[in-house]
Design a protein around this ligand. Structure first.
Ligand code: FAD
Length: 305
């Protein structure tokens, strides 16, 4: 492999990376380069860009990756939903031509009512095998890991066996699903290591800044545990409208304040665990990640005005 690999860097030091998504609107796309420029100044090792299940936003995904390329190394997510061998082959070739050689190989979240991917690849394992078979070591491949266990899996043991399969088929590192429960994360990490999964683990961390975002992320697809200290943040700011349904001034801001402090503690706990990388779901928001890095002491940033 001629390019440097994040997994090699992670074996030497803890990396820091961010995740962004392709905005739905033209206005969002116009604003993104400015946001990325500021995010780039936080000196991330890489920035990843999500991929809409079914390739709904593939054009914008490629546009965003090119914006990222001006700032740091891009990593693209790629899913199996509705993909044929030809479509994946063609897209991977395009990524390489456009200077993107890091890919997170995912199955993808199944759209509502679907029971399978309706494509040539059923699982991320198939995608990893295909990329290695067709492109050799031209790509560094990341794969998802789910510390709480994937919702469709019958047991954590089985889930871990599939993760090991991803490694054996050629995955270079693991990017984890959000996990607010450190005990659960610790147990998972120790079990994957015992099962022979040796590749680095980059911990995905979601900044807690909005009640709805936390609830959606935890409950929509992931069945992610909400431990007591996070539940307290939610409870303290649960009522954000009055009986007439009007927004109560200041509640959202107070949630963000307490949520950021909670996330800083979580960040410190993950760092203390010695994870190989920290991956912040930046969600195209500079101020949240900047404030987190400032409060946690990870970057020297002036306070918010
Ligand atoms: P898989 O590894 O295929 O696992 C899905 C289920 O099948 C699990 O229960 C697993 O145990 C089981 N399984 C795995 N391999 C096999 C096999 N060979 N045979 C039988 N069973 C198997 N989704 C998007 O649509 N777009 C994104 O950009 C996106 N980004 C993400 C970023 C991160 C960091 C993470 C963690 C997830 C992201 N997702 C995204 C969500 C992800 O697509 C879902 O979590 C999805 O439900 C599972 O993806 P996977 O790659 O883990 O699937």
């Amino acid at each position: 492999m001629s390019f440097f690999k994040f997994s090699d860097v992670m074996r030497k030091r803890q990396t820091l990376s961010f995740e962004v998504y392709p905005p739905k609107t033209d206005r969002g796309m116009e604003k993104l380069p400015g946001t990325l420029e500021k995010i780039g100044k936080l000196n991330p090792d890489y920035i990843s860009c999500t991929y809409g299940a079914g390739g709904s936003n593939v054009g914008k995904n490629r546009e965003v990756l090119q914006m990222v390329r001006k700032i740091t190394t891009p990593l693209t997510h790629l899913t199996c939903i509705g993909q044929t061998r030809d479509s994946v082959y063609q897209q991977l070739g395009q990524y390489l031509d456009e200077g993107v050689s890091n890919v997170l190989a995912l199955r993808g979240d199944l759209p509502f009512g679907w029971t399978g991917t309706r494509g040539d690849f059923d699982h991320a394992t198939d995608l990893v095998a295909f990329i290695r078979h067709e492109f050799g070591d031209k790509f560094e491949i990341a794969v998802a890991g789910t510390p709480g266990g994937h919702v469709e899996c019958r047991s954590l043991e089985e889930d871990i066996a599939h993760l090991k399969q991803k490694q054996d088929l050629g995955a270079d590192f693991i990017l984890t699903q959000l996990c607010f429960d450190l005990d659960q994360f610790r147990t998972w990490l120790s079990r994957i290591r015992k099962a022979g999964v040796r590749i680095p683990v980059d911990a995905g961390i979601m900044p807690v800044v909005s009640k709805n975002a936390v609830l959606t992320q935890c409950l929509s697809h992931n069945a992610c545990a909400i431990p007591r200290d996070l539940a307290l943040v939610l409870t303290h700011h649960w009522f954000d409208t009055d009986p007439e349904g009007n927004e109560i001034p200041g509640v959202k801001e107070a949630f963000r304040e307490e949520g950021l402090d909670y996330t800083v503690r979580l960040l410190h706990a993950y760092i203390a665990e010695g994870v190989d990388g920290i991956h912040l779901y930046a969600m195209n928001q500079y101020s949240n990640v900047a404030e987190l890095l400032r409060r946690s002491g990870l970057r020297n940033i002036p306070a918010e005005p």
